[in-house]
Design a protein around this ligand. Structure first.
Ligand SMILES: Nc1ncnc2c1ncn2[C@@H]1O[C@H](COP(=O)(O)OP(=O)(O)OP(=O)(O)O)[C@@H](O)[C@H]1O
Ligand SMILES: [Mg+2]
Length: 479
C-alpha cells in the first residue's frame, strides 16, 4: 500500500516537472518528427520576387495571412513591431521559423526562408501529398480572402466628390479622408429595422457567387426617404463606417451629360458606396444647363457600365418618394426602401438618453401627451434643442415641450389656412416637407426659440460639441 502511495506521489511530481518545463514540448516535437517520417510531403515555394525582380503579390498575401494567425505566438522566434495604431503591437515571423496551420483537417507547415547567396526571402509550404489535391486550391483561395479582409479592415475610408469636368484635371473625383463619426451603433432607429439592414448588407457582401450565378451585377441599391433632418445622410455615414467602404458622393449638378455620368461610374472602385443625395429635388428642378438625361440616370442606377470589380452599394436619398417617377424606383433598380420618419415618443426617448443621459423624467408624460396630439419635429430639431440645453436636462425637456406645442399650433393654423384658401381667401403659408406646413408667424416664433436658446447656452458654455448620434424611428418599407 505504502509503495503504491509513493508511486502515485512520484508520478505526480514527475508530471508537474514535465508540465513546468519544456519536456512536453520536446516530446511533442519528437512525436511530430516521427509521424512526419511516415508521410510523403510536397513542398511549394513562394518567393518574394519573380525573375524580373517584381514583387510577388502572393508572398505579401501569405505573409499577412501567417502573421495574423494566433499560432504565430507559439513559434520559437517572432519579431515584434509597433502597429499602425498607438498601443498596437504586431507580430511577424522570423527567419527559419515554422508555423503550423490547419485547413480542412489537413496540417500545413510554412517555413520562412532566406537564400544565403542571393539574400532573397521565400515562404515554403509543406503539405502531405495525400492532402494536396483536396486542400491546395481552396487553401490558397482562403488565404486570398483573409488577406482581402485584413486589408479592408486596415483601409482608411475616403470620401470622393466629383469636380467640374475640366480638361486639365486628371480624373473627375477628388477625395478627402472620411472622418464622419456616426456608426451603426450610434444611429438611433427601430432596432428590428437596423438589424434587418445590417444583415441585408452582410448577406450582400457574402453573395458574390450567388450574383454571378444569376448573371446579375453584384450591387445593391437603397432608397432612404423621409423629411429633412431625420438622419438619412448620417445613416449613410454609418453604413460607410460599418463596411469600411469608400463613399462616392455624386453631385449631379456637376455632371454635364450621360457619358460624363458613365465616366464617373467607371472611375469608382469596387467595395464602395455610391451616393446620390436629394434625387427628387434634382429631378424636379432640372435646370437648362447641360445635364444627364433621365435614361442616363437610370442606366447609372442599374450600374450596367460597371467595369473594374463590382461589390457596389448605391444609396439614393429623397424627401418625398411619392413625387418620383415609379420607373426610377422599380424593383431591381432600387432593392430596399428605408423610411426615415419624424420623431415619435420612442425616438424622443432614445434622443433624451443619448443627448441628455436621461432614461426617464417626470416631464416625459407631458412629452408623450403632446406627441399623441400629432406634434412632430425632426430628430435634428429635437437633437439641436437638447444639445443647446445639455447642461440642464429639465430646461431641455421644457424647451422641447414648447417647440412641440408651437408645432401643434402651426399644424392647426395651417389646416385652417388651407380651408380658407380652398374657400377662396389667399393666405401665405410655408411648406416644410413632410414635417407639415408652418404659418410664417409660428415659424418665426420657433426660430426665435432656437436663437434665444443658442445665445443663452453659448453664454454659459462657450464650446459647443456637436453630437452626431442619430435618431429615427424607421419602418421597413420594401425588401
Ligand atoms: N435621428 C437623429 N438623431 C440625432 N441627430 C440627428 C438625427 N437625425 C438627424 N440628426 C442631426 O441632424 C443633422 C442632420 O441630419 P442628416 O443630415 O442626417 O439629415 P437628413 O435626413 O440627411 O436631412 P436632409 O434631407 O435635409 O439632407 C445631423 O447632423 C445630425 O446630427
Ligand atoms: Mg441629407
Amino acid at each position: 500500500m505504502f509503495v503504491y502511495l509513493v508511486a502515485i506521489i512520484a508520478s505526480c511530481f514527475v508530471l508537474k516537472i514535465l508540465l513546468k518545463t519544456s519536456l512536453v514540448q520536446i516530446i511533442k516535437n519528437w512525436w511530430r518528427i516521427l509521424v512526419d517520417g511516415c508521410y510523403v510531403y510536397q513542398f511549394y515555394r513562394v518567393p518574394q520576387f519573380n525573375h524580373n525582380m517584381q514583387e510577388n503579390q502572393l508572398y505579401r498575401k501569405v505573409c499577412t495571412y501567417l502573421n495574423s494567425l494566433p499560432c504565430i505566438e507559439d513559434s520559437d522566434f517572432t519579431n515584434l513591431f509597433s502597429g499602425d495604431k498607438s498601443n498596437e503591437i504586431s507580430l511577424e515571423l522570423d527567419l527559419n521559423q515554422i508555423v503550423s496551420d490547419k485547413f480542412l483537417n489537413a496540417r500545413i507547415f510554412w517555413i520562412n526562408e532566406k537564400d544565403e547567396f542571393t539574400g532573397l526571402k521565400s515562404l515554403v509550404m509543406k503539405i502531405r501529398k495525400n492532402d494536396k489535391r483536396r486542400v491546395l486550391q481552396p487553401y490558397l483561395q482562403y488565404i486570398h480572402s483573409v488577406f482581402d479582409e485584413i486589408e479592408q479592415r486596415k483601409k482608411e475610408v475616403r470620401l470622393f466628390v466629383n469636380v467640374d469636368n475640366e480638361p486639365w484635371r486628371n480624373g473627375r473625383w477628388r477625395s478627402v479622408s472620411f472622418t464622419h463619426p456616426a456608426t451603426f451603433d450610434t444611429i438611433v432607429m427601430d432596432t428590428d429595422l437596423k438589424n434587418k439592414v445590417k444583415s441585408d448588407l452582410e448577406l450582400f457582401m457574402k453573395s458574390k457567387q450567388y450574383y454571378h450565378r444569376l448573371g446579375k451585377i453584384w450591387k445593391r441599391s437603397y432608397l432612404l426617404y423621409g423629411p429633412s433632418g431625420t438622419g438619412k445622410s448620417t445613416f449613410i455615414a454609418g453604413i460607410a463606417n460599418l463596411l469600411n467602404y469608400n463613399v462616392y458622393d455624386v453631385d449631379l449638378s456637376k455632371v454635364t451629360d450621360d457619358s460624363d455620368l458613365k465616366m464617373l461610374l467607371l472611375q469608382t472602385t469596387s467595395k464602395s458606396l455610391i451616393v446620390i443625395e436629394d434625387l427628387d429635388s434634382y429631378l424636379r428642378n432640372k435646370s437648362t444647363a447641360p445635364a444627364p438625361s433621365m435614361s442616363g440616370i437610370l442606366n447609372f442606377m442599374d450600374g450596367i457600365i460597371s467595369c473594374c470589380g463590382e461589390e457596389r452599394i448605391m444609396i439614393f436619398t429623397v424627401n418625398n418618394k411619392d413625387q418620383i417617377d415609379p420607373t426610377v424606383l422599380r424593383p431591381g433598380r432600387i432593392d430596399v426602401h428605408i423610411h426615415f420618419p419624424l420623431c415619435d415618443f420612442n425616438s424622443f426617448k432614445s434622443l433624451a438618453n443619448s443627448h441628455l443621459g436621461l432614461k426617464d423624467h417626470k416631464l416625459f408624460t407631458q412629452v408623450e401627451e403632446i406627441f399623441q396630439t400629432g406634434a412632430a419635429l425632426s430628430p435634428a430639431e429635437i437633437g439641436e434643442i437638447m444639445i443647446s440645453n445639455r447642461s440642464s436636462p429639465t430646461r431641455a425637456l421644457k424647451t422641447v415641450i414648447s417647440a412641440l406645442h408651437i408645432n401643434t399650433e402651426s399644424r392647426a393654423a395651417t389646416r385652417h389656412a388651407r380651408r380658407l384658401s380652398e374657400s377662396g381667401s389667399v393666405r401665405a403659408v410655408e411648406e416644410t416637407g413632410d414635417s407639415g406646413i408652418f404659418c410664417r408667424e409660428n415659424v418665426r416664433e420657433f426660430k426665435k426659440l432656437y436663437g434665444l436658446l443658442r445665445i443663452r447656452s453659448s453664454r454659459k458654455d462657450a464650446s459647443f460639441e456637436f453630437d452626431t448620434s442619430d435618431k429615427d424611428n424607421s419602418r421597413h418599407d420594401n425588401y
